[in-house]
Design a protein around this ligand. Sequence first.
Ligand SMILES: Nc1ncnc2c1ncn2[C@@H]1O[C@H](COP(=O)(O)OP(=O)(O)OP(=O)(O)O)[C@@H](O)[C@H]1O
Length: 218
Amino acid sequence: MLSHSRPEGRTILSVDGAERRFGDLVVFSDVSFDVAAGRCCALVGANGAGKTTLLNCVIGADRLDDGTVTVCGESVDEASPHFRRAVAAVVGDVATFPHLTTHEHLQLVASGHGMPDPYGLATRTLDDVGLTSARDQLPVTLSSGQRHRLALASVLVRPSELLVLDEPEQHLDADGREWLAATVQRIASEGTAILIVSHDAALVTAVADDTVDGDSWR
Ligand SMILES: Nc1ncnc2c1ncn2[C@@H]1O[C@H](COP(=O)(O)OP(=O)(O)OP(=O)(O)O)[C@@H](O)[C@H]1O
């Protein structure tokens, strides 16, 4: 277990006795861990260990066969306004409107979550993720690294109590990975609980307070 100096707050995410099966394949069973406010937990392990499957069960894109996941004490429910407000995720592709520019997309997300000054927030966030020069571009014209930065920007313009990130280092260059580590640390220091899957040992070392080893699940 890695240790940073952040204090433990109230439990935001609780995974208890989680099991997921696909036919005869038991992807994981009896997985239990908590993530408290202001803490970052990294799921690590080999390809196919079941990390993304577990993330999908946490964000409500998939369901457990056994066990429970609660966020802020409530069961996972994508239809619940509180759940949708509490959980921000970059897992797989983040949907964007094809006819909205990067700046318009971020304004829409910010305004949908009731953030003050969506225009200014979108402008500052594009600057933060290094996409100012792409503010008037449509998503289809972005490089894969720029698309990934836009996906990360989308979770930075909205509030969240739990931030879920699946291999956020993908497509990022060296500067981008440094920015990512600093950003994850900043978000945790502001009190958000973070669950991150990563194959980047340096990123995990930099940001994780706790690690859960997916290689021990089967
Ligand atoms: N819908 C599905 N139907 C059948 N099997 C699935 C399904 N989704 C995932 N699996 C299987 O579950 C296992 C875990 O997959 P998962 O994507 O969660 O692994 P992972 O740890 O995220 O891997 P990686 O590090 O490669 O991203 C794999 O064997 C995969 O083939």
